[in-house]
Structures are given as structure tokens and as C-alpha cells.
Design a protein around this ligand. Structure first.
Ligand SMILES: [Zn+2]
Ligand SMILES: [Zn+2]
Length: 270
């Protein structure tokens, strides 16, 4: 069972189908109460804790489900590039007794996630274009503080006329409007795509059994460090794959062959 009000079943269901898991979606869990991307409800705890809370709630509602799956996303500085905003998407699967847990995570930098201040409708439209509107739905808030915690004036905006009307209203009320991406999964097709990729990673992890404890769910994480083709320095290109068992914490490294393009090298291309 999957708890979502944001259409994630379409991204997660097909990814888990090859394992013989059929995903039932419940909208009875108010996942927005567990933290949202619209600034209206602050999220408590880590991504794993938030996903686990959704799983527990879904298992309580769907008494026949053997497993629960939930996804959780966060935007913040990229772990290897602090000036780049990254989208981290976690997909977590737990058994009904919570004894078995497996998860996979994707980190990408190409999901539109901006929030900027506009003082005219033209400025607002320019921000909308940067945010990938209308394929990506937008939010409009009153005022000029992008960190505002006030509820947005309008959410899930996909229609240009409705967008203009919301901007006009915010400008009339506060002389400034904050225009940004509505980051909920159903509003942001780029995020939904990454959730699908993380779910596919989870399916692959579940298909791999740990050689030591025989538990399924071995996650493979690419790690940087492929030697530069020109000078041999460890580069930012993937150098080895780290396979980690969540059960016994066995970690094995498999080196990748070849050398990296010098453009990925901190010495040749600082
Ligand atoms: Zn080099
Ligand atoms: Zn193991």
C-alpha cells in the first residue's frame, strides 16, 4: 500500500511490478500533514522518518497490505557541490511488522525548484518561464520574502490566466509577489520522474540478495574517484560502485574500469 495524495502511484507502481508487488494507493492518509513542499506545514525529522510515518499510517488504514511504500523528497545543497540545488528523492518500503526495511535514493540537480520576487507582472512571467511553467505548476505568495511561511495565495497554477490573476492580486495586496515552483510531486513532473527512478533503484535493490546474510535489498551507490586520463588524480567521475546491505551492513566496492575525461579532474580543470 502506498499513501499519497499526489499521484505517486503512477511513478512507483510500475517500478515495483516486476517484483510481483502490486501497489494499492490510499488517499486516506493526510500526507500533507506530515510536511509539504508548499511552505504551509513544516516537516519534522529526517526524510526516512517522514517516509516511515507515511508507511505506518498507510499500514494502519489498509489492513490487508503486506508492505507499505512511501516516498519523500527534499531540496537543498548538493552533497558534492554546495552551490548547486539538488533534489533528493527517497523511496522506502517496509514490511507490516516493520522488521524489514529497504530504501533507495536519487540525487539530481535538474528539477526546477525556484522561488523569486516579482514587482511587475512581466517579472512574474519571466520567473514562471525559468520555473518551467506551464508544464511545472507554480505557487504565488504575497510579499517579498521567499522564506515566508504564510499560506500561498494560489497553488498548483498551470493556467496562464489564473497565474496572471494571482500575481495581480498579490501585487495589489503587497506590492510584491513571490513566484515559485509548486514542489509537490503531482505539480512537478521532473520530481515525479526522479521518484520513478528512485523506485526503480529500490526494485533493483530488492532483487539483489546480500551474499552474507541473504537479505534482499542491497543498494548500489556510485562513488566518485575514477582516475583522470591525463594525470591520474581521482576525479568527480564515478570510480567505483558501493554495494551496501541494510541488514548486516556488509559493504563491497566494485571498481569501474577506464579513466576519466580531464574535464572532471580537479587538477587539470580546477
Ligand atoms: Zn587530471
Ligand atoms: Zn547482509
Amino acid at each position: 500500500v502506498l499513501a499519497t495524495r499526489h499521484g505517486k502511484g503512477e511513478a512507483i507502481g510500475p517500478a515495483l511490478a516486476p517484483l510481483g508487488l502490486s501497489v494499492r494507493v490510499t488517499d486516506a492518509v493526510d500526507t500533507d500533514a506530515l510536511g509539504t513542499f508548499t511552505g504551509t506545514v513544516p516537516r519534522a525529522g529526517t526524510m526516512r522518518e517522514a517516509a516511515l510515518a507515511k508507511c505506518r499510517a498507510a499500514l494502519a488504514i489498509d489492513r490487508d497490505a503486506d508492505f507499505a511504500v512511501a516516498s519523500e523528497g527534499a531540496f537543498g545543497p548538493h552533497p558534492n557541490a554546495p552551490f548547486v540545488t539538488a533534489d533528493v528523492e527517497l523511496v522506502l518500503l517496509v514490511s507490516r511488522d516493520l522488521a524489514f526495511e529497504a530504501s533507495a535514493e536519487r540525487v539530481v540537480t535538474d528539477v526546477p525548484a525556484i522561488a523569486r520576487v516579482a514587482r511587475t507582472v512581466d517579472e512574474a512571467r519571466a520567473i514562471a518561464a525559468l520555473a518551467g511553467f506551464p508544464a511545472h505548476a507554480l505557487l504565488v505568495c504575497d510579499g517579498d520574502d521567499p522564506r515566508t511561511t504564510a499560506p500561498p495565495r494560489a497553488m498548483l497554477l498551470r493556467n496562464p490566466d489564473a497565474f496572471d490573476a494571482a500575481v495581480h492580486a498579490a501585487l495589489a495586496a503587497a506590492h510584491a509577489a513571490i513566484v515559485g515552483n509548486d514542489l509537490r510531486a503531482h505539480a512537478n513532473p521532473s520530481r515525479m520522474r526522479v521518484i520513478g527512478l528512485a523506485a526503480a533503484d529500490l526494485a533493483q535493490a530488492l532483487a539483489r540478495e546480500c551474499p552474507r546474510c541473504h537479505r534482499p535489498g542491497v543498494v548500489i551507490t556510485p562513488q566518485p574517484g575514477l582516475p583522470c586520463g591525463a594525470c591520474g588524480t581521482p576525479s568527480s567521475a564515478t570510480g567505483f560502485d558501493l554495494a551496501t546491505c541494510a541488514g548486516c551492513e556488509l559493504a563491497t566496492r566494485t571498481a569501474r574500469h577506464g579513466t576519466a575525461d580531464p574535464s572532471n579532474c580537479p587538477v587539470c580543470n580546477p
